[in-house]
Ligand binder design. Structure first.
Ligand code: GLN
Length: 285
């Protein structure tokens, strides 16, 4: 009594179900089905009439169940593309977002091609930002810090797989592993969601510590604005990703710790998403 299920039917059924949780239901269905029969996505379009065996249907059912329960595609497939790099991700790391590429882009605008600067990424997660910078500026030495050893293991594996060697990974809380050193550019995509924000429910598969930061979502940004003043070179730049409605508060926090020339940049959806600031030690003494 086993029903014959074709690729086309499986795709249509999965797409219908995924619409409840995903804005890219068809693509998700294609990726999950292609994985369950271990073929490239293009195979599905060329062979819509092929029937799926019970094992393939079972594999599809399992991954579909995970996706329907709210797990991001990247945790199911284990990979996410960022800055044209294929990165490994795990539930220990935030899934790199396309909007974070803006932070990389802005950092690169201010780092000359031939610069051999020390750069720092705080809260590196999967290593996305640090690896993008290291790859684009091969003479720079990038330090990437994360408090989670599990996240750092993922970041190190990404560096190895991508054969990026100008990056070191250090475990610790924010600036503590680099105390006494200074950097020309410091970047961070810290947690910035308010702890009571309903968005956290939608993001529940991802590490809460990488997302939530106190009642106003600004606790980590306050720590960074304060502590980075001790490890920034004179004239160095801090670049922070933040929430779409945090632009003014972030600017106030940065100013209160002596940062200057604060600028904010919109992401590709038009939301103010990244703020930059310069620190001049001479003018604050
Ligand atoms: N941009 C993420 C989101 O709201 C949050 C990332 C973060 O807190 N760093 O989906």
């Amino acid at each position: 009594m086993t029903e014959q299920v074709s690729i086309e039917k499986a795709l249509n059924d999965a797409t219908t179900q995924l619409r409840a949780v995903s804005e890219s239901a068809r693509l998700d269905a294609e990726l999950l089905l292609a994985r369950s029969i271990d073929v490239p996505r293009s195979y599905l379009f060329a062979h819509p009439g092929d029937t799926l065996d019970a094992a393939a249907l079972d594999r599809l059912g399992q991954t579909l169940g995970r996706r329907l329960a709210g797990e991001p595609m990247a945790y199911i497939t284990g990979i996410k593309e960022f800055w044209s790099m294929e990165l490994i991700v795990s539930p220990a790391t935030l899934v790199p977002r396309p909007e974070t590429e803006l932070l990389v882009e802005i950092a690169l605008r201010d780092i000359p091609r031939k610069a051999d600067w020390p750069l720092l990424d705080l809260g590196t997660g999967s290593g996305a930002i640090a690896l993008a910078l290291a790859r684009e500026r091969q003479l720079c030495s990038v330090t990437a810090v994360d408090v989670s050893q599990d996240a750092l293991a993922v970041a190190r594996e990404n560096a190895n797989r991508l054969m990026i060697s100008n990056v070191e990974f250090l475990a610790g809380d924010w600036t503590s592993p680099v105390a006494g050193r200074t950097f020309k550019v410091i970047v961070s995509n810290p947690p910035y969601v308010a702890s009571g924000d309903k968005a956290l429910e939608r993001l529940r598969a991802e590490p809460l510590a990488a997302l939530a930061a106190g009642t106003d979502g600004l606790d980590s940004i306050r720590i960074l604005a304060r502590d980075c003043t001790a490890i920034i070179d004179d004239g160095g730049m801090l670049l922070l990703e933040h929430g779409a409605e945090q632009q003014d508060q972030v600017a106030r926090i940065l100013l209160s710790y002596g940062w200057q020339h604060i600028q904010c940049y919109d992401d590709y959806s038009g939301h103010p998403r990244v703020s930059s600031a310069i620190f001049r030690s001479s003018e604050t003494t």
